[in-house]
Write a protein that binds this ligand. Structure first.
Ligand code: XMP
Length: 532
């Protein structure tokens, strides 16, 4: 792991917003890591945080089995900020009183700052802030909009704490213990619905923890390249390049660190998009000057896929064939010690989730079919501390072209899972042409980077149409376009009708064999993004 000068530890109590806290902190150029609520105190000591944030969570502090941290966290010496459930944990452990509230407060509310609080400095100019006379004293007090989402609440401060803010349903909306540098807020500063949230987090990081915000993607690149150069000196590293952002940035970083000792393998598996293989090879060799080993294995993959209709069988065949091709490439190179992978932070976070159990499972497609064990290779994952937007920033630092950085995700099994039923060259040609039109039109409309994915699916049905004087009996293309943050959930994109019209008429006019286009208006769940 890179040595970071300034670090915030986030203990996760299961809130849906925990990752958001980490991102907000990182946006202020302070490195942050998420760990489960019961992260052992000696590990915390090793991590040496400059501040700790306790996340929210769905539990109640008095429930049996309620998640509680090691109380030593409050005597650890660095500032601690408890958010929502995190504040209630602080209230309970430090002998305040927390009430299981019968009326759950959820949504936007206004909070009045009652005391000069370090956390609430300089909020006068934030959106929605007003100065209102206090009903009891007549004194003008600052009131700000905040986002609440809690059942339980602190109803009696722990000894030594001062009340800092109140709201109509939470008379103890914020508290602090000045000398111990402990802070609790009942609302969520990390969500956009708390307009002053950014300032509040900045106050915690810069005024309370005394940080400067030194973590930039520029410093990340410099540190990572130096560290990789040291660790991988004299070693051969192999990297599977897919043409996507993560593997490209991984390769670019390692290229800076070890140059020709990095061997990038790009496999044309026959189910790539139109002109993709040529585009990728040109960019990797010409603009990025990678040590690239292109492998044209299209015929092999398509032969293995012939007649196969089951989606999982297609995935398995493509995965297995990829491993075979990759192993052959590695054998040709010889003496390979490491496998580089573009694993990202969301895949390694060991956070807790009360809904679906531990959410630490590594997505199987990131771990190229168990390759490292099979080939007896050590793993190198230079992006495992980064969120996707940070990876893009690193890519820009490394001079990777913007259109590659902004690329939408593309599945490993490629067009094979977008041709329903058996895959053949003729159908691939239809799908490629339709897909290219969607890509062009989305880019022209300025929406390509606004949506999560936009692509074509070729359906195995024929429908009747009329073209000129004749009757047609041709195929159907489904347009799939979704908005999503992480592909776990997704909603169909509300594309403008005119754009839908353009895409449809271009596909029907320009792609031979298609006479109908439909738009998929299903969300995930219960549907999935891909059709297979
Ligand atoms: P679904 O269809 O499960 O897709 O909603 C979620 C995201 O994952 C991508 N996807 C895959 N990526 N191998 C991959 O590398 C696969 O087998 C695979 N299946 C789906 C999909 O494009 C979407 O971004």
């Amino acid at each position: 792991m890179t040595a970071h000068k300034e670090k915030i530890l986030i203990l996760d109590f299961g809130s849906q917003y925990t990752q958001l806290i980490a991102r907000r902190v990182r946006e202020e150029r302070v490195y942050s890591e998420i760990h489960p609520y019961n992260y052992p105190i000696d590990k915390i000591r090793d991590f040496a945080p400059n501040g700790v944030i306790l996340s929210g969570g769905p539990a109640g502090v008095y429930e049996t089995g309620a998640p509680l941290p090691d109380p030593a966290i409050f005597d650890f010496g660095c500032p601690v900020l408890g958010i929502c459930y995190g504040m209630q944990v602080m209230g309970k452990i430090l002998n305040g009183k927390v009430d299981a509230s019968s009326n759950r407060e959820y949504g936007r509310t206004r909070m009045t700052i009652t005391n000069d609080a370090d956390l609430f400095r300089g909020l006068e100019a934030t959106p929605g802030a007003t100065l209102d006379p206090d009903q009891a004293t007549g004194q003008a007090l600052l009131t700000i909009p905040v986002w609440m989402s809690h059942g339980d609440k602190v109803v009696d401060l722990p000894p030594g704490f001062t009340l800092m803010a109140k709201s109509s349903s939470a008379p103890f909306a914020a508290m602090q213990h000045t000398s111990r540098r402990l802070y609790g807020v009942q609302f969520h500063p990390e969500v956009v619905h708390t307009p002053a949230g950014k300032e509040i987090i900045r106050n915690f990081l810069f005024h309370i923890c005394g940080l400067k915000g030194l973590w930039t993607m520029k410093s990340f690149v410099a540190e990572t390249v130096a560290e990789m150069a040291e660790r991988l000196r004299g070693k051969n590293v192999i990297c599977a390049l897919s043409g996507g952002v993560d593997s490209t940035v991984t390769a670019a970083l390692l290229n800076q660190a070890i140059g020709v000792n990095l061997f990038c393998v790009f496999v044309d598996n026959g189910v790539l998009r139109k002109k993709e293989a040529a585009r990728v090879v040109k960019m990797f060799t010409e603009s990025m000057q990678l040590n690239l080993i292109p492998v044209d294995a299209a015929a092999r993959f398509l032969a293995k896929l012939e007649g196969v209709t089951d989606p999982e069988a297609k995935r398995k065949i493509i995965g297995q064939e990829f491993i075979t091709v990759f192993e052959e490439a590695a054998a040709t190179i010889g003496g390979v010690d490491y496998l580089a992978q573009g694993t990202l932070y969301p895949d390694v976070i060991e956070s807790i989730s009360f809904r679906g159990g531990p959410s630490s499972t590594i997505k199987s497609h990131h771990n190229v079919g168990g390759l490292p064990e099979k080939m007896n290779l050590k793993l190198v994952e230079p992006l495992r501390e980064l969120f996707k937007d940070e990876v893009r920033e690193v890519g820009r630092e490394l001079g990777i072209p913007e259109d590659l950085i902004q690329r939408q995700p593309f599945p490993g099994p490629g067009l094979a899972i977008r041709i329903l039923g058996a895959v053949n060259e003729a159908d691939l040609a239809i799908l490629r042409d339709a897909d290219e039109i969607i890509l062009e039109e989305m880019k022209t409309a300025g929406l390509y980077t606004q949506v999560w994915q936009s692509f074509a699916v070729l359906l195995p049905v024929r429908t009747v149409g009329v073209m000129g004087d004749g009757r047609t009996y041709d195929r159907v293309i489904a347009l799939r376009c979704v908005d999503s943050l992480d592909a776990m959930t997704a909603d169909w994109s509300r594309l403008p009708y005119d754009l839908l019209g353009n895409i449809s008429s271009r596909i029907i006019n320009e792609v031979k064999g298609v006479n109908r286009v439909v738009y998929d208006i299903s969300s995930k769940p219960p549907s999935t993004i891909e059709w297979e």
